[in-house]
Design a protein around this ligand. Sequence first.
Ligand SMILES: [Zn+2]
Ligand SMILES: [Zn+2]
Length: 309
Amino acid sequence: MPRKCSRCGSANAEVSLPYAKLSLCRDCFLEYYIHRVKRTVEKYRMFRKGEAVGVAVSGGKDSAALLHSLRRAFLSQKIVALHVNLGIPEYSDRCQEEAERLAESVGVDIYILDLKREENVSLSDFKRTIYKKKICSVCGTIKRHSFEEIAGRAGVKVLATGHNMDDILSFMLSSLFTKQWAQLVRLKPVLPPLFSWMTRKVKPLIKISGRENLLYCLYAGVPFTEIECPYSKGAKTKERLKALEILSMNNPNIKYQALDAFLEISKILEEKIKLPKATPCVKCGFPSRDGICAYCKRMAYVKEILSNG
Ligand SMILES: [Zn+2]
Ligand SMILES: [Zn+2]
């Protein structure tokens, strides 16, 4: 006899969630997932009732599950999808297509920023520069800037991202080992804007694993692409998580405990450390240390290289 769902007791259980001591059928899993997203949003006061929310969608499973579940959890909220096309050959266009399909299936408007069209630069151009080995870091800088830009165009002051628990734990471990305290503090669930014109950054999936996001997309029929960014191959993030995966075998709660511990550490750190003061970039108004932000510096640099052939 197959095991029955621990919630409804009638359908067969398909998903086992050892940390919650639950075995659920598909429908109960979807309901449970949406309930947890809703609870996280409410617990950390990520957004208020009348606020429009921009959801950064990449085309991948995490942000797809985020957009779809937010739509279900907050039926009367104004929600829009935001997407950045970075111009990576054979990858970015595919991601954009999937993001558009997703927005259409969820029934929300999508705003797209095409880097190549707007700046005449694509992320791949950085492959020819001193950044070729730090392409993921350049990508992060460009995405932060571009999402802020389209959030402004879409008129939203809340930016929700699909960072899942595994991503966040991995960043937390790496910030800890490299003593990047400011970076660790920025991983908290709600990051208030540095300047008043900017968005509040929120992470509604901070307590949901990558596996659960994948199951959500599969069971709810949410469109997403599984193709991986050609530049992220061999990324160290998965390596760091292996230790936690091994520990999870004996204690299914360990990732949640680690996350809770980190969130507490980051609160203590935030009071102790002085974050460097940001001044607006003279070109774009974005936060900077010395008057020109990281985005404008990198753009000026790559354009110079491109113009020299
Ligand atoms: Zn059930
Ligand atoms: Zn700038």
